[in-house]
Design a protein around this ligand. Structure first.
Ligand code: ATP
Length: 457
């Protein structure tokens, strides 16, 4: 993973911006933090929701062959026997005989402890599922697991979904939800944590068409990132070697992203064959199959699965959007987020805190909030307020000045170009909607004009 990435932003800059602007905090920070757990703050939660909504829109809402579920995190323990996770969901762990730190042996370069150079133990398999107990008695019979993936919630509901929706192959079931993995080593900010959110889609197909669908989904998923602003050259595919395939997989390709620490897995697309449905049929004793009307046969579909962690996407979009440019004697930090991902879409900035300007600005603010997440900022100079919005990626600012009181017009200022136009308040909402949907700033509404006033520092 370690590789020189000269054109990439430093991870420290991203972590510090996230901390400073309320995007992401360490979990339980007042107690010193909890290793590898993170809390999303007021702006972070909006970014995360936007990522999930963009995924759901593309994977479920805009398609008629995919439907969603929301299964519980705790599942019958037999699920994890059938899925192979009890047996096989483990990483090779080694411990340093000197400092007792633990490491994943497959991630180590060399055979000594990276921390103190000490001798390491032989690797042993460490199961990554979190265990807990259901009910008041803590014995073997009450052990349950926090799910390490959401996929099983879709496999065990296959018959329920089929019987209630009458979907025909090929069709998919999608889910977004928390997953937990007791990772041996964590790190790189939110890249690898022990509690994270997964977005998975199980696409059920006729055996024999799986390779074709695999290619289809690999392409679709790359396009999704590119359409939301990831540069094509920052994505790379990595085919898994046969020896490294997960126990359920016939083929896996990772979509890797060029993070600040180097190329690393963003998303995985796997061909799970009929492994999961067959295992659940055999462990539950229930028939799980699909009746093919064409051939009048019961078949067990194959599954193609795009699976991705929300947090890894958030980190990728943060890194991709981060930019710095010279600004007089200073540096302008801009998050060049796609408007769909920006935590705040529009900021309303009154030029002064005096009435009746404030009343007009607050009216505009109240109206726009019905459509989008909107900020109101009246502290310090307007130049500073623009910079604050730039730093968190707000695509458009609306400035209300003294002239607005007379001509009922306001200025719209665009984040990336810093260009401005002036539009009648009656045209404001439609104009903002068009710009957020990608229309060029200089396409003017009736009564609108290009505004040449320079930004006030
Ligand atoms: P890795 O090799 O990085 O441990 P994996 O191959 O075990 O990941 P999968 O089981 O394919 O990961 O999980 C699907 C997706 O879930 C990954 O592509 C990644 O986006 C996300 N993911 C997996 N583990 C974590 C984690 N510990 N923290 C955050 N996201 C994760």
């Amino acid at each position: 993973m370690a590789e020189n990435t000269p054109d990439r932003v430093d991870m420290e800059k991203i972590v510090s911006l996230c901390r400073r602007r309320g995007i992401i905090f360490p979990s339980s920070e007042i107690y010193g933090g909890l290793s590898s757990c993170w809390d999303y703050g007021p702006l972070g939660v909006e970014i995360k929701r936007n990522v999930k909504e963009a995924w759901w829109r593309a994977m479920v809402q805009e398609r008629d062959d995919v439907i969603g579920v929301d299964a519980s995190i705790l599942m019958h323990p037999r699920v994890w026997e059938a899925s192979g996770h009890l047996e096989g969901f483990s990483d090779p762990l080694v411990e340093c005989k000197g400092c007792h730190q633990r490491w994943r042996s497959d991630e180590l370069e060399g055979d000594r402890c990276p921390s103190c150079g000490g001798e390491l133990t032989e690797p042993r398999q460490f199961n990554m599922m979190f265990k807990t107990f259901m009910g008041p008695v803590e014995d073997d019979a009450s052990v349950v697991y926090l799910r390490p993936e959401t996929a099983q919630g879709m496999f065990v509901n296959f018959e329920n979904v089929l019987n209630t929706t009458r979907k025909r192959l090929p069709f998919g079931i999608a889910q977004i939800g928390k997953a937990f993995r007791n990772e041996i080593t964590t790190g790189n900010f939110i890249f690898r944590s022990r509690e994270f959110e997964l977005m998975e889609m199980e696409y059920f197909v006729k055996p024999g068409t799986d390779e074709e669908w695999f290619e289809y989904w690999l392409e679709e998923r790359q396009n999704w990132y590119i359409n939301l602003g990831i540069k094509k050259e920052h994505l790379r595919l990595r085919e898994h070697e046969t020896e490294e395939l997960s126990h359920y997989s016939r083929r896996t390709v990772d979509i890797n992203y060029l993070y600040p620490m180097g190329w690393a897995e963003l998303e995985g697309v796997a061909n799970r064959g009929d492994f999961d449905l067959s295992q659940h049929a055999s462990f539950s004793g229930k028939e799980i199959s699909y009746f093919d009307e064409g051939t009048s046969e019961h078949i067990v579909p194959y599954v193609v699965e795009p699976a991705v962690g929300v947090d890894r996407i958030v980190l990728a979009f943060l890194c991709e959007a981060y930019d710095e440019e010279p600004d007089k004697d200073d540096i302008r930090v801009v998050l060049r987020f796609h408007p769909d991902l920006a935590p705040v879409k529009v900021a309303v900035l009154p030029l002064s805190r005096r009435e009746p300007l404030v009343e007009m600005a607050k009216d505009i603010y109240a109206g726009l909030r019905k459509c989008w997440s909107v900020a109101y900022d009246d502290a310090q100079s307007v130049g500073r307020r623009y910079r604050r919005q730039d730093e968190t990626g707000t695509p458009l600012c609306v400035t209300v000045d003294f002239q607005s009181l007379e001509d009922n017009q306001v200025t719209i200022r665009e984040r990336d170009s810093m260009n401005q136009i002036r539009v009648p308040v009656s045209e404001l909402q439609n104009t903002l909607a068009a710009k957020l949907a990608g229309e060029d700033l200089f396409v003017l509404p009736p009564g609108g004009q290009v505004w040449l006033e320079a930004e006030k520092g």
